[in-house]
Design a protein around this ligand. Structure first.
Ligand code: PLP
Length: 349
């Protein structure tokens, strides 16, 4: 077997959702963001597990993703689409009962013309300048949108992973100013905002990364283990080099394991010479360059080399690996390779 095994713990994802849910008042609903194939972990399986845990409202980025989640969940749970109602989305929105989060006057017009009585929410821009109506636009259409039955008003925080950042309070005030008194349910916070406390909760939160074990939800249970098969072992003598561009030179007689995964599987090339793999609890340094399908690991210190080495697991989370690669845990997760064999179950010790 020359493909890696990715283990995804659905019970841990459900536990993380429950833990985040318990941090808000009982009347505050906790949604679940399952965009990008549930951050690379499998939209169908993850949405099922979260629905069993009690989630009733799911968020995706695009209508096509919403259709997949609807097929998985059947009717009942609400599925909201961050990109709103794009040209060409009308049939998907109608047929799969999706709720578009409309984000421009153009989208509002499109939605009312195409699907007059179909539920919708509205995205407001409170300073991130990415998606949503700006204050003046909102003021112009608010009476009409409220009359038409907007069922959610939402915005998104730009700096919620930094609790002391003044942008958080700035956006909170802007959101309140735009939505106070409308009587429509409101949502401002993803994982980071949820952790900022009750002022940020409103009627609904929208955690994503926290469900999948990522920062800033430090109390999250680990969700993934990635075990890479050792395909070859070799001894190298002092002065011999390993990998492309001879980028590692043995200073002692060393045992090098060639392991089957590379940058085509989402192990970023910036991990070259820097990452750590794990034989159980024993760290083993990645040496030389990450190539497309293979990496090389110094296992000289192991009394016995196991059949697989872990690059993600309880000892090294996606955030830890991201720190080494110079990126964020979100990117590590959503880059996880399609070649991995996926298994849903507990992460064994
Ligand atoms: C991705 C996303 C979320 C979830 O964010 P996390 O940081 O993963 O919790 C929530 N809301 C919007 C608008 C998003 O794009």
């Amino acid at each position: 077997m020359a493909t890696a095994l990715l283990t995804i713990d659905l019970d841990a994802i459900a536990a993380n959702w429950r833990a985040l849910d318990s941090m808000t008042a009982p009347e505050c609903q906790t949604g679940a963001v399952v965009k990008a194939d549930s951050y690379g972990l499998g939209a169908t399986k993850v949405a099922h597990a979260l629905a069993r845990a009690g989630a009733r409202r799911f968020f995706v980025a695009a209508a096509e993703e919403g259709a997949e989640v609807r097929r998985a969940l059947g009717s009942g749970p609400q599925i909201c689409v961050f990109s709103g109602h794009m040209a060409g989305d009308t049939a998907l929105i109608r047929d799969f009962d999706l709720t578009p989060m409309l984000n421009s006057i153009e989208q509002l017009t499109r939605h009312f013309e195409a699907l007059g009585n179909h539920p919708f929410g509205i995205q407001l821009d409170t300073g991130m300048n990415r998606l949503g109506l700006e204050q003046a636009e909102w003021e112009a259409v608010a009476p009409m949108a409220i009359e038409a039955g907007a069922e959610l008003l939402m915005s998104h925080l730009a700096c919620s992973d930094e609790p002391d950042h003044p942008m958080n309070d700035h956006q909170l005030r802007a959101f309140r100013a735009m939505t106070d008194g409308t009587g429509i349910p409101r949502s401002l916070s993803a994982t980071g905002g949820l952790l900022l406390g009750p002022d940020y909760h409103f009627e609904l939160t929208r955690p994503g990364i926290g469900l999948y074990g990522g920062r800033p939800f430090d109390a999250a249970r680990p969700v993934v283990r990635l075990s890479l098969p050792v395909v070859q072992l070799r001894e190298v003598e002092v002065g011999e080099t390993v990998g492309y561009s001879n980028s590692w030179t043995a200073e002692h007689t060393s045992t090098i394991a060639t392991v089957a995964a590379g940058y085509a599987d989402g192990l970023h090339r910036t991990l070259s010479g820097k990452a750590t793999l794990w034989a159980g609890r024993v760290p083993c340094p990645l040496v030389g360059r990450v190539s497309m399908d293979l990496i090389t690991v110094d296992v000289s210190h192991l009394p016995e080399v196991p059949e697989t080495l872990d690059i993600l697991g309880p000892h090294q989370t996606p955030d830890d690996l991201a720190d080494i690669a110079g990126t964020i845990g979100y990117e590590i997760l959503t880059s996880l390779g399609r070649r991995y064999q996926r298994r849903y179950g507990a992460l064994s010790a």
